[in-house]
Design a binder for this molecule. Structure first.
Ligand code: NAI
Length: 325
């Protein structure tokens, strides 16, 4: 049998992890036959709650879950990790300013970046889910100087999946027939779900749907507001779909995407005039454990306008945490 993969998960007592951990333990990440060890991090006051979740994991008798570590020490959680899901973050409390939220999370991700730098395998694959995910991931990478920056990513896959389903429904096609969709920028209402290059069975989706007003005035805002719609309907935030997106992000990065586009928040080197250093949602193709940015795209005025909006927001976030970079 293969050596077990060590998967670190932060925020293990939280709502997303209540969906995520069971999917990892069943091994929806690496695929069948790969044993896994869960290394679970949460705050000291949440340790009992993590123990309760682990009791439930035990009660699933997952054949591939060979061990579980529970800790409040980041370096212990990240020790020799092959993959890490950074889900835990500080939620906005009543009356908290956006800037205070950014700096509270920046403190967390600075400390966790140092621990990642110290303890994880250099080839570990990292996805940041906890919001503000892009900026948290940027801080994490900046504070892990000996850890490869390209192995730190942030999650925009939930927005990608949301857009896929809405496009498939509008066009009357199967969701998995769609390719070449891109979601650019921040995981926030400024993110840009871009159908310009999207196809279904090689036919242009925008030609098939033929309704530019729907794209601009319904699809883009509905994807951006979907999280709020779910909170309004459910009385709680989207957690199972967020966990599913995190699984999809990591699964495709590890196992490949069969030549299809996905969207991942990755470190910008200045491609497409995205300022270098931002963690930015871009279209990627995954092969053999690596992601490659989709290159050679050209932009029309509408795309440029949408890109500028989400770039401006991420630059503001970066300025708010500049002292910690
Ligand atoms: P939650 O509040 O239920 O759980 C968060 C957990 O993180 C708690 O158990 C808390 O104790 C823990 N935590 C806080 N600070 C920590 C630290 N320094 N180290 C380790 N653990 C820590 O929240 P939920 O619903 O699980 O969501 C988690 C995050 O994911 C939130 O920031 C949420 O906004 C974000 N999110 C991101 C999405 C994306 O698409 N990128 C989608 C949905 C949610």
């Amino acid at each position: 049998t293969p050596t077990p993969k060590r998967i670190a998960v932060t925020g293990a007592a939280g709502q997303i992890c209540y969906a995520l951990l069971f999917r990892i333990a069943k091994n929806d990440v690496y695929g069948p036959d790969q044993p896994v060890i869960l290394q679970l991090l949460d705050l000291p006051q949440a340790q009992d709650a993590v123990r309760g979740v682990v009791m439930e994991l035990e009660d699933c008798a997952f054949p591939l879950l060979v061990d579980t570590i529970i800790t409040d020490d980041p370096a212990t959680a990240f020790r020799d990790a092959d993959a890490a899901f950074f889900v835990g973050s500080r939620p906005r409390s009543k009356g908290m300013e956006r800037r205070d939220l950014l700096s509270a999370n920046a403190e967390i991700f600075r400390a966790q970046g140092r621990a990642l730098n110290e303890a994880a395998k250099r080839e570990a694959k990292v996805v940041v889910v906890g919001n503000p995910a892009n900026t948290n991931a940027m801080i994490l990478a900046a504070n892990a100087p000996d850890f490869p920056t390209e192995n730190v990513t942030s999650m925009i896959r939930l927005d990608h999946n949301r857009a896929l389903t809405q496009l498939a429904a509008k066009a009357g096609v199967a969701v998995d027939s769609i390719d070449r969709l891109a979601v650019w920028g921040n995981h926030s209402p400024t993110m840009f779900a871009d159908w310009t290059n999207a196809t279904s069975q090689d036919d242009s989706l925008s030609d098939m749907i033929g309704d530019d007003a729907w794209y601009r005035e319904t699809l883009i805002p509905n994807v951006a507001r979907r999280g709020i719609s779910i909170i309004e309907a459910r009385g709680a935030s989207s957690t199972a779909s967020a966990a599913n997106a995190a699984i999809g992000h990591m699964h495709d990065w590890i196992n490949g995407s069969d030549g299809k586009w996905g969207s991942m928040g990755v470190h910008s080197n200045g491609e497409y005039d995205i300022p270098a250093g931002l963690m930015f949602g871009v279209p990627v193709i995954c092969t053999d454990g690596r992601y490659e940015r989709v290159e050679g795209l050209t932009f029309n005025d509408f795309q440029r306008e949408m890109m500028a909006r989400t770039i401006a927001e991420l630059q503001e976030e970066r300025e708010a945490v500049a002292a910690l970079l």
